[in-house]
Design a protein around this ligand. Structure first.
Ligand code: ADE
Ligand code: ZN
Length: 339
């Protein structure tokens, strides 16, 4: 069995996926057309050619532009269903996905529209594809804490629809401390907490996410490795890092896959897992992300298994579902041909 085939068949979970980042150019053109919106590109190919990013911000500019065409519940349903059917084909059995409500409400789309469309697709996937899920509401960190509080107020009537909150968008210059009061409130409301930290930002931002925001999970976390004491602490805490290899390459946060930080994380015993972040923009869903680090770092099957286990353990699935996911993984490992 080739490693490609082994990874393709491996039961996987994804914990770091921005649903707006799964918006494939062809679907974007279809939805733009039905909503009577003109995209500033002549063709799918011209749009794809623009996906040549220098850093996080150059990506975010196109990411926000892309989501502008989403307007109706059906649009959000179609977006989410397209992602989930791909994940079923890759044997992804559990997903935890972010949405950025402020990216929609700020241009006049009611808070409920994306929420209902996304949730309907997630429920259909649970029933028809056997993919379990959690939904996470992410605050945009380039906006103010006050705007975050206003979004939280809109969200609270729907609190049962999502398990927790995240923090994303432009990292450098928007440290975790900017959102301390908002996260205190979210914790008091009983939400799980996570934050993007150490994607482009320094180790101090990872420390801020842990000590000030008191997160349950860190998205990316790569730069914790720049501070050995912090890296040791992340390992000792068993804090899950949702690492996104293809994203790191495409945003030039890693220049050589042979030097990708997930190798050092594994060696330090950090609970890292593999995710796709914004696959339509970065050119790779779950299988390709595993494949990329496998090719670059020559992972053993035991290491691939550790990454897959870290995803299950770090998830917010129920204990019963976690046990089921773990049993599926163990059965696969026991049965897959050795080479
Ligand atoms: N929003 C969508 N993708 C993101 C990323 N990789 N970092 C920060 N914010 C994001
Ligand atoms: Zn992300």
């Amino acid at each position: 069995m080739t490693t490609d085939a082994y990874i393709a068949g491996l039961p996987k979970v994804e914990l770091h996926l921005h649903i707006e980042g799964s918006f494939e150019p062809a679907l974007m053109f279809d939805i733009a057309k039905r909503n009577g919106i003109a995209l500033p590109y002549d063709s799918v190919e011209a749009l794809q050619a623009a996906y040549n990013f220098q850093d996080l911000q150059s990506f975010l500019d196109l990411y926000y532009q892309g989501m502008n065409v989403l307007q109706t519940e059906q649009d959000y349903f179609d977006l989410t269903w397209a992602y989930l059917t791909k994940m079923a084909a890759e044997n992804v059995q559990h997903v935890e996905i972010f949405w950025d409500p402020q990216g929609h409400t700020d241009r006049g789309v009611a808070f409920e529209v994306p929420l209902h469309g996304i949730k309907a697709a997630l429920k259909k996937a649970e029933a028809e594809l056997g993919i379990s899920h959690q939904l996470i509401m992410s605050f945009l960190r380039h906006l103010s804490e006050e705007q975050g509080f206003a979004t939280l107020e809109q969200a609270l009537p729907h609190r049962d629809a999502f398990i927790g909150v995240g923090l994303d968008s432009s990292e450098v210059g928007n440290p975790p401390e900017k959102f301390e009061r908002l996260f205190d409130r979210c914790r008091a409301e009983g939400f799980k907490l996570m934050a993007h930290a150490g994607e482009e930002g320094p180790p101090a931002y990872v420390r801020g996410a842990i000590d000030t925001l008191k997160v349950d999970r860190i998205d990316h976390g790569n730069h914790c490795l720049d501070d050995p004491e912090l890296a040791r602490r992340v390992a000792d805490l068993g804090l899950c890092l949702t690492v996104c290899p293809q994203s790191n390459m495409r945003l030039k946060n890693c220049l050589d896959i042979r030097q990708h930080p997930i190798r050092a994380m594994l060696d330090l015993g950090i609970a890292a897992c593999v995710n796709s972040d914004d696959p339509a923009y970065f050119g790779g869903y779950m299988n390709q992300n595993y494949q990329l680090i496998q090719d670059g770092l020559g992972l053993s099957r035991a290491e691939i298994g550790t990454l897959a286990r870290n995803g299950i353990t770090g998830s917010f699935a129920s204990p019963a579902r976690k046990a089921e996911l773990m049993a599926n993984l163990e059965a696969y490992e026991a049965e897959a041909p050795k080479a």
